[in-house]
Structure formats: structure tokens, C-alpha cells
Design a protein around this ligand. Structure first.
Ligand code: CO
Length: 166
């Protein structure tokens, strides 16, 4: 089972690398499968490469009942002006939750595991999950965007102390 990187592990702050055309192979498919397993194991609804210590632009999103969808090299090409606020959590920040305001609708361009380019329009919670995961590829965590931490502020404070207060 892939191990989930937890905040403040530095890999979570790195910008992940694009997956090259030559890397669409069985190994990539296996990585996606292992990521999905790790995600379901911890009851997550999305997982990004850096969260399993792979600094690569790959995301899996849970569709329920063990099913998942993979987005390789995802790019958000449109974000609506309309926003929504959702309470988010993250497998890399266990027991911490916070309200994040994000665009309600996004368009995403991505490659599937065979390298084919696809486009998709997402709204509501699906749009939120995708934006959260794309943030991971850019070293951004929901706590950076949260207007308010709703649960686990003391856990977060202790983790931040670990970074700053050596
Ligand atoms: Co996350």
C-alpha cells in the first residue's frame, strides 16, 4: 500500500512534474490503481501524486464503490466568477477541516491513462474536489485558502510549530 505523505512533509509543497508522452505506460496505470487503493483505504474522495510521494501531475478522484477516474496533466481552463464555500478536508491533514471558497464551475483539460486529451465541465462538489487536487500539484494545500478552520485548529497549530519552532 502506498503511504500517504502528511503535512508538513516537504513533498506536499513542491510543484509536481508533468507526465511526459513517453511515460504513458503500464507503470503509470499501476500507479493510478495503487493511488485509488490508498485513497479508498483512508476514505478519501481524491488523491494527488505528491500525496503518495510521487511529484507527478496525476490525480485520482473517487466515483464510489472502489471506482475512480484518473486525470493526468490536468489544467483548469475556465473558472466561474460564481463561488461556493465548502468544508474541505485532506488525507495529508488528518482531522483538520476548513471552509474554502472556490469557483462553482470549472472546465478541465487533461489526459487519460492512454495519453488521450479530454475536456470536462464540472460543477458543485465535483468542481471543488478537482480544484483541491490540482492545488496539490502546485504545492498548495486547502489550509492556505481556508477562510476559517472549522475543526482541528489546535492540531494545525501544533504542526505549524513543528515547522517554525525548531
Ligand atoms: Co488534499
Amino acid at each position: 500500500m502506498l503511504k500517504i505523505a502528511k503535512y508538513p512533509e516537504p513533498i506536499l509543497r513542491k510543484t509536481a512534474k508533468a507526465i511526459a508522452d513517453s511515460d504513458f505506460n503500464a507503470e503509470l496505470k499501476s500507479l493510478a490503481e495503487q493511488m485509488a487503493k490508498a485513497m479508498y483505504q483512508d476514505d478519501g474522495i481524491g488523491l494527488a501524486g505528491p500525496q503518495v510521494n510521487k511529484s507527478l501531475r496525476i490525480i485520482v478522484i473517487g466515483l464510489g464503490y472502489g471506482k475512480y477516474k484518473t486525470y493526468v496533466n490536468p489544467e483548469i481552463t475556465y473558472s466561474s466568477k460564481d463561488k461556493m464555500s465548502v468544508e474541505e478536508g485532506c488525507l495529508s491533514l488528518p482531522k483538520i477541516f476548513g471552509y474554502v471558497v472556490r469557483p462553482k464551475k470549472v472546465h478541465v483539460k487533461y489526459q487519460d491513462l492512454d495519453g488521450n486529451i479530454n475536456k470536462e465541465k464540472l460543477k458543485g462538489i465535483d468542481a471543488v474536489v478537482l480544484q483541491h487536487e490540482v492545488d496539490h500539484l502546485n504545492g498548495i494545500l486547502f489550509i492556505d485558502r481556508a477562510k476559517k478552520i472549522s475543526q482541528g485548529q489546535e492540531i494545525l497549530d501544533a504542526l505549524k510549530k513543528k515547522i517554525n519552532g525548531k
